[in-house]
Ligand binder design. Structure first.
Ligand SMILES: *Cc1c(COP(=O)(O)O)cnc(C)c1O
Length: 483
């Protein structure tokens, strides 16, 4: 499999999987995608159903990823997948599981990893891939990132103990939940550096961009990223769509649907790709919170990015985005993989903050061809949904509640979508205890694996919102690393 950029780069470059996973954006500013999606037929899906049942999630992951990777040998890939999706990391070899919610809805539990958010599903594999590839290239990578909570901890737990990788993670001081802070700051490893910036998440992200745009500094210190545009993260997520499809259907060709709480369009993009591969997914329900850039796009054809000042801080904070980086990959497919068109549309976003494709036949045919519908949810909706499910004995986190709420609303409005609808659980409730308390008037029970976490010593460095101070910190910490 070769890879191309959504803006045209790479058509003649013969880029393989391992060439693109250590990079961020393509050199032309686009995002990498495979030159074409591999197709899986009913017989293959049936054999995967048996494989998943008999040999577990890691075995399935290796078969799916094989279709996208031809520069890692099959045996090596199988070993990396088995390690990434070990029962010791995800609680069982099933890795994902299902809980019936009634009325045709099923909770797809994909947050069983070490940091209690679905990001572990991709990040654990990325950790294995990075270690493997850096070893092969005899290279090192120093990951610099910014997080509002879930990505940072997921990246740190995935890179922990990988001796060719270090992580410097910027966090907005005092703005993550107590559980998220405890999860990150309790890590005691010289290669994991937590930084609390005097500012908000956007300030953290601006600092990362400022360092990354200093190409000399970036090269001299082997600075890399693990953001959600990384293709390896997207393709790792395709596997759980297939696993959940296989676990909720039994006959060849049987269709079902997904509901997905969405921020940067990373998670649901993987659902789109599984569907393009021929997995019989009927409808993809996209849910946003009050920050509804994507709901607006899928309803109206207008993609309008928001200013930081227009981006609300909500009780589903991991979906508080001002633009949805990964949507460019979907737009590329929507317009028949026309790179010139994508370049022009996202050029318009860069200059005017908006594009409008409402009048195009492609947008008119979007639901029919790609299965997407969308809706938005609010704080009051989240609380009501958490309460209603709790009354039926199921506790969900606020992001997951957004997805369930939007799916229920669309169904009530007459949406025709094949059942079951698997609503993805993007985090466990324990990460967002305050909102659960507000909804239910009681505390979330702490899962046994997290007992004592919040009383461990904290390892975090305070930093002013200043690029030079950040660079000095990076240089100092890298110099002090063990070999
Ligand atoms: C990251 C995250 C999301 C959004 O996922 P995208 O891939 O950005 O769409 C939703 N919920 C939780 C809990 C998350 O951590």
């Amino acid at each position: 499999m070769k890879y191309v950029s959504t803006r045209g780069y790479g058509r003649d470059a013969q880029l393989g999987f391992t060439d693109i996973i250590l990079e961020g954006l393509a050199p032309d500013g686009g995002l990498f995608l495979p030159a074409g999606y591999p197709h899986v037929d009913a017989a293959t899906l049936a054999s995967w159903r048996t494989l998943l049942a008999d040999e577990g999630y890691g075995a399935l992951a290796s078969e799916v990823l094989k279709l996208y990777i031809d520069d890692i040998g099959d045996a090596d890939l199988r070993r990396l997948c088995e390690r990434a999706y070990a029962a010791s990391t995800f609680g069982s070899t099933d890795v994902v599981d299902l809980v019936d919610l009634g009325e045709g809805l099923v909770l797809g539990r994909i947050s069983n990893g070490p940091t209690a958010a679905f990001k572990d599903m991709a990040m654990q594999l990325l950790g294995q891939l990075f270690e493997y590839e850096l070893e092969r290239r005899d290279a090192r990578l120093n990951i610099l990132g910014a997080t509002s909570g879930d990505t940072g901890s997921s990246a740190e737990y995935a890179m922990l103990g990988k001796h060719r990788v270090s992580v410097v993670m910027l966090t907005p001081r005092g703005r993550m939940t107590p559980f998220q802070q405890a999860q990150m700051f309790s890590l005691d490893d010289p290669r994991i550096v937590n930084v609390a910036v005097d500012g908000v998440f956007d300030d953290c992200q601006d600092l990362v961009k400022a360092v990354a745009s200093d190409l000399e500094f970036k090269a001299a210190h082997a600075i890399g990223a693990v953001n959600s545009i990384n293709w390896a993260r997207v393709v790792a997520q395709v596997v759980y769509y297939i696993a959940l499809y296989l676990r909720t259907t039994s006959a060849p060709g049987q269709r079902m649907s997904f509901a997905v709480p969405t921020g940067n369009f990373g998670n649901i993009l993987a659902g789109h790709i599984a569907r393009e591969m021929g997995v019989p997914i009927d409808t993809l329900i996209l849910a946003t919170n009050e920050n509804d850039v994507l709901d607006e796009f899928f309803r109206t054809g207008v993609y309008r990015v928001r200013a930081a000042s227009e981006t609300e801080a909500t009780s589903s904070p991991s979906m508080d985005i001002s633009k949805a980086s990964n949507v460019e990959r979907f737009v590329f497919d929507l317009f028949g993989r026309d790179a010139a068109r994508v370049r022009s549309l996202f050029g318009q976003v860069a200059s005017e903050g908006v594009f409008d494709v409402s009048g195009t036949p492609e947008f008119a045919g979007l639901r029919e061809r790609f299965g997407f519908v969308s809706g938005a949810s609010t704080h009051a909706d989240r609380l009501a949904t958490i309460r209603a499910l709790d009354a039926r004995g199921v506790l969900v986190d606020p992001h997951t509640a957004d997805g369930i709420k939007v799916a229920s609303d669309l169904l009530a409005d007459g949406l025709d979508a094949a059942r079951p609808i698997v609503c993805l659980e993007t985090a466990l409730p324990v990460k967002f205890a305050e909102t659960i308390r507000e909804a239910l008037g009681r505390d979330v029970e702490l899962p046994a694996q997290f007992a004592g976490l919040e009383s461990l010593p904290r390892h975090v460095i305070d930093l002013d919102n200043d690029v030079d101070a950040l660079k000095a910190l990076i240089v100092g910490r890298l110099a002090a690393l063990p070999d």
